[in-house]
Design a protein around this ligand. Structure first.
Ligand SMILES: C[S@@+](CC[C@H](N)C(=O)[O-])C[C@H]1O[C@@H](n2cnc3c(N)ncnc32)[C@H](O)[C@@H]1O
Length: 619
């Protein structure tokens, strides 16, 4: 079973009437145990419980307790000699009202009402052999929302097979992005209370779903109609209550797919999640898998985790900002200078996927700015950090769309955190029309047109994110003249695995520089483009990369070309295994390399020690 199927099974189990005799078995079944395994446990042949529960070796010890005695039952489970002998990783006790579980190794606990236990779904994923990093485990919301979006997507494709083709898939993706925004907006007060999206759809559409698309279409039309045009738009009253959102998200007339009864119920189910809990850095990466047939079941867990993103961003520029903050102490002038500096920083990810590097960078900078404002006694001051200074290129349309949405959500969440809900709501709508994430092939673009070294005039304002001509992002950087930091986790592909198109991309970048470009990994294209960019303007770049470009025959081909542009290695991280899922651990070994035309005096080499801590050496 994959994570999506497990999430569904767990949700169903929590909604069904509690059956004390069956619970331990249905719980284990929900996590993918085979019928034969369950049968043996039931028969007692493999059940070693010494406290009247169900004990599955190397996995979990479960006990259904009499009402009100859940805490005592959990203590019994923890102290049971059989729990230790059978090396159970988890213990779980419930009476159908209260739910308690504990991880025997880490001591992490879950205590909640029984119907809420699927919220902690990530905590139990190890039962299905899916070992996740802590951050995913704690992101139950993101996993559940993605699982449900997956189900809705598949159901809608069944009902609207024409939307599955490559041409129309964009419409479907665009529709999903709109939905996500609506769910988020209704749970975060971006939509006024009188216009909750989910309940309007529920009330105005028939239970069998046949007119759901018409209802949603009217709501979307309202979100694309400015207030002064409302009278002539003849919107139904229930749609007229929705604000003008646009910002590219609701412009043009993307057809709303037709809904079946099941699709409608999935949509209502999604709307009932608490979207306030969304983590735009994780969620974006997960939901990009929704639009990808091969990825769907895996919840897109191949993305770069936040700790790994910080391995790039910290030495690239965040450590320096934090150092400057420390040095400034309570000195108002120094604090102000730092704030000015940050307002002019551009962060550029030329293979941005759904924007996780950009979101993390944005959030970290906002945190530093908030600390400056606190020290300067300017709490609640509007931010000087322009979202449009966080730029990206992404070749696939859905992640590109999600990247912008994730940044918009991150900005709103930061505003709520640092300015308060009231102020945040007043500034969020309408969404910014500018499109600063470009959907294109990064190796075929002049990066200085996407991320101009100095400000440029607005060349093109997007009506719609999908109308993504490469020059679309040639919009002004706010606050001219700052530093540029290029970052990301560009695609790696060894020479024998590259498509003809990718080979042609590399040729276009390396032709005339070396005849050996055919042996290079695809990621080398990003390094040389970053080096070229850095030759024109002050910039530093840091990428997660396959370590094949740092060892063996590629070194002699690639690195002299990079050094020739005037770049130097500013920092690096030695090879480390990279995976969000333990099952993939064997696969990928990566390194991080940072280059700059102005490296600081001390170059840093990071590595992971045997105890798991990071060591740093300066040179
Ligand atoms: C390893 S992923 C990293 C994405 C994201 N930062 C993350 O950590 O999940 C690489 C991204 O580069 C995109 N990509 C692949 N080839 C590209 C190209 N030629 N130009 C721009 N983006 C490309 C892929 O679609 C993918 O989203």
């Amino acid at each position: 079973m994959n994570a999506v199927e497990i999430e569904q099974a767990v949700s169903v189990l929590a909604e069904e009437p509690f059956d004390p005799d069956q619970f331990p078995y249905t719980f284990l079944e929900a996590f993918g145990n085979k019928k034969t395994t369950i049968k043996r446990l039931r028969a007692g042949t493999t059940n070693r419980s010494d406290v009247g529960g169900v004990l599955q070796r190397s996995n979990i010890h479960i006990k259904v307790a009499p009402e009100g005695e859940v805490a005592a039952a959990l203590t019994d489970l923890k102290e049971s000699p059989e729990t230790a002998r059978a090396k159970a990783k988890l213990v779980l006790a419930t009476d159908g009202h209260e739910f308690r579980a504990e991880d025997m190794e880490s001591g992490d606990i879950v205590v909640c009402d029984f119907p809420e236990f699927p919220e902690h779904f990530g905590f139990f994923l190890s039962l299905a052999g899916i070992t996740t990093v802590k951050q995913i485990r704690e992101s139950a919301f993101d996993i559940r929302a993605t699982g449900r979006l997956n189900r809705l997507y598949v159901e809608l494709l069944k009902e609207n097979p024409d939307l599955g083709g490559t041409d129309r898939q964009r419409d479907m993706n665009h529709f999903m992005a709109r939905l996500i925004f609506c769910f988020f907006a209704e749970d975060t007060d971006i939509f006024p209370h009188q216009s909750p999206f989910t309940s309007t759809v529920e009330q105005m559409s028939t239970p069998e779903g046949s007119n759901t698309h018409e209802v949603i279409d009217e709501i979307f039309r309202a979100m694309n109609t400015e207030f002064e045009d409302r009278e002539t738009a003849s919107l139904p009253r229930w749609a007229d209550a929705f604000p003008y959102v646009n910002g590219g998200l609701f412009s043009d007339s993307t057809e709303v797919p037709r809904f079946s009864r099941t699709a409608r119920s999935y949509l209502l189910h999604l709307g009932n999640l608490d979207w306030k809990k969304i983590n735009p850095d994780i969620f974006g990466s997960m939901i990009q898998a929704v639009a990808d047939d091969k990825e769907r079941g895996s919840l897109g867990m191949h993305y770069t985790s936040v700790p790994n993103i910080l391995k790039v961003l910290n030495p690239l520029f965040l450590d320096d900002l934090r150092e400057q903050l420390k040095e400034a102490g309570g000195n108002n002038r120094k604090l102000l200078n730092l704030r000015h500096r940050m307002a002019r920083i551009r962060v550029f990810d030329p293979a941005c996927g759904s924007g996780n590097f950009l979101v993390v960078a944005y959030k970290e900078i906002r945190a530093i700015e908030a600390e400056i404002n606190r020290r300067r006694r300017e709490r609640g001051r509007h931010s000087d950090i322009p979202l449009t200074n966080f730029r990206g290129i992404e070749i696939r349309d859905f992640p590109a769309e999600v990247a912008r949405l994730s940044l918009v959500i991150a900005e709103y969440q930061c505003d709520v955190l640092y300015l308060g809900q009231k102020k945040a709501v007043t500034v969020v709508l309408p969404l910014n029309k500018e499109n600063w994430i470009t959907c294109a092939n990064a190796l075929r673009l002049d990066w200085s047109s996407i991320c101009p070294p100095t400000g440029t005039e607005v060349k093109h304002v997007a009506d719609d994110l999908f109308e993504s001509a490469p020059d679309q992002s040639a919009i002004d950087f706010r606050n001219e003249g700052g530093e540029t930091y290029i970052c990301g986790n560009p695609p790696y592909r060894g020479s024998q695995w590259q498509t003809a198109e990718q080979k042609a991309d590399l040729k276009s970048v390396f032709d005339g520089r070396t005849r050996n470009w055919k042996q290079l990994d695809y990621v080398a294209g990003w390094f040389i483009k970053a080096a070229d960019y850095g030759a024109q303007t002050p910039a530093a770049s840091g990428f997660v990369t396959t370590n094949s470009i740092c060892q063996g025959r590629q070194v002699a081909t690639l690195w002299p070309l990079i050094l020739k542009t005037g770049q130097k290695i500013a920092f690096a991280h030695t090879s480390f295994k990279w995976a969000n899922l333990a099952s993939q651990k064997a696969g990928v070994t990566v390194a991080i390399v940072g280059i700059s035309n102005r490296p600081s005096y001390v170059r840093q080499l990071f590595s992971i020690r045997t105890d798991g801590e990071t060591a740093v050496r300066g040179a």
